[in-house]
Write a protein that binds this ligand. Structure first.
Ligand SMILES: NC(=O)c1ccc[n+]([C@@H]2O[C@H](COP(=O)([O-])OP(=O)(O)OC[C@H]3O[C@@H](n4cnc5c(N)ncnc54)[C@H](O)[C@@H]3O)[C@@H](O)[C@H]2O)c1
Length: 389
């Protein structure tokens, strides 16, 4: 049991995609919810969207009535509405200065024991907490989009966070039927850090002419067992979102070449080819457009999968080495957050650390690029023949 009860009122700042989803999760878990936005139109859009979603849930027999959930909502355009809240989760624009200002303002309104959380994807939770007088009550609660459907929540303690509060929030996420994992406050937390080669190495191989987008996607789904290939997935996420995350992670890691963005994706963004939503990205979604045919060569396919998966495993092992998260949480994050077919550490055990190391060292020797450096923990596991799980 967490210190929060069903009577605890949950505040949400920002009624966009994430704030609306998080408010819905809290209301469906039984809480009264205060949803705040400075933009009236955003509040209206959120209200209409919620009613649509709830109507579908009624049809499916998942909830009794739309009113059983909407009656728990208060829509607010004044921060004073948060006065009675036990937890306020912020999901506004991804801008550090704006977030800091909002946290400082909210802290004036809420009670002394109200917990303040940010849903930031890429900013330092520690920096946000520093805007508050009681920084120990601030932490990150990083939900995935769409929040009502995605199970994973990365719970991110700031340097200043009180550990008891972190554990209470983790327990609350369990009560909300989420899968919480604890992630260190470092760029990209777990998922947005470890997943980078899924996109980056795939694009790199395409740029080098090793295979085209259709072939790489075929290999990663049919041979690798991923639900979507990297090109279909980035087209689906939108290059405006996916490229910006890559660029932010790269800059935040002091320009570590492992996370270097690609010109191919940058150009898509510049062309306004944002993916599915704009009708064109790596693939063309116009009606009747000629689609690329995958080259279903088994050996080529296996090489593609081995190169990308070895890079992903290396990221997971390095995150473990640097205590970004526990082995168990790393596995949960990649299977529940981005639906990987297996945890990457388990995958390493299955292949053997020596095989993964051979792939990486082979790439490193060939390219002489820091991008392919193996984690020292992977090297130790290969030498010692040890397993991670
Ligand atoms: N979209 C995603 O896939 C995703 C996933 C995880 C985390 N996040 C993070 O969640 C946050 C919100 O993202 P989103 O996609 O929901 O954005 P969004 O643009 O859909 O919504 C943001 C909302 O915040 C409101 N807002 C802006 N400034 C405000 C302020 N000062 N006070 C109150 N409301 C304000 C806007 O009116 C808007 O309704 C960001 O920090 C983002 O990085 C996004």
């Amino acid at each position: 049991m967490s210190k929060f009860s069903k009577d605890s009122i949950i505040g949400v700042i920002g009624a966009g995609a994430m704030g609306s989803g998080i408010a819905q999760v809290a209301a469906m878990a039984g809480h009264n919810v205060v949803l705040f936005d400075t933009n009236e139109a955003a509040l209206d859009k959120s209200r209409v969207g919620l009613e649509k979603v709830l109507s579908r849930l009624v049809e499916k027999g998942k909830i009794e009535s739309v009113a059983s959930i909407t009656s728990k909502y208060t829509y607010a355009s004044d921060l004073s509405a948060f006065r009675e809240c036990s937890l306020v989760i912020e999901a506004i624009i991804e801008n550090l200065d704006v977030k800091k200002k909002v946290f400082a303002e909210v802290e004036h309104v809420v009670s002394a024991d109200c917990v303040l959380a940010s849903n930031t994807s890429s900013l330092s939770v520690t920096s946000i907490a520093a805007a508050c007088k009681s920084a120990e009550r601030v932490l990150g609660l990083h939900f995935f989009n769409p929040a009502p459907l995605m199970a994973l929540v990365e719970v991110v303690p700031a340097v200043q966070s009180d550990d008891a509060i972190v554990q209470e929030c983790k327990a609350l996420m369990n009560e909300w039927k989420k899968v919480p994992v604890i992630a260190k406050d470092t760029p990209g937390f777990i998922v947005n850090r470890v997943a980078r080669p899924f996109y980056g190495e795939a694009i790199r191989m395409m740029e080098e002419g090793i295979a085209d987008a259709a072939t790489i996607d075929w290999a990663m789904t049919e041979i690798g067992g991923f639900r979507m290939g990297p090109f279909t997935l980035t087209d689906y996420i939108g290059h405006d979102v996916n490229y910006v995350v890559t660029e932010t992670v790269f800059q935040s890691f002091f320009y570590d070449p492992r996370y270097k963005p690609s010109f191919s994706q940058k150009r898509l963004l510049e062309a306004g080819w944002l993916g599915r939503k704009s009708g064109r990205g790596f693939f063309n979604y116009a009606e009747g457009a000629v689609q690329l045919e995958a080259n279903k060569d088994e050996t080529l396919g296996r090489n593609i999968v081995e190169r990308i998966v070895a890079m992903l495993i290396n990221e997971a092992v390095d995150a473990l080495h640097l205590n970004i998260a526990s082995a168990q949480d790393l596995e949960l994050a990649m299977t529940k957050g981005v639906n990987y077919p297996k945890g990457l550490l388990a995958w390493c055990d299955e292949w053997g650390a020596d095989k993964v190391l051979n792939i990486l060292d082979g790439l490193y020797n060939e390219y002489h690029e820091d991008r392919y450096r193996a984690s020292v923990l992977l090297r130790r596991a290969a030498i010692g023949g040890t397993k991670f799980m």
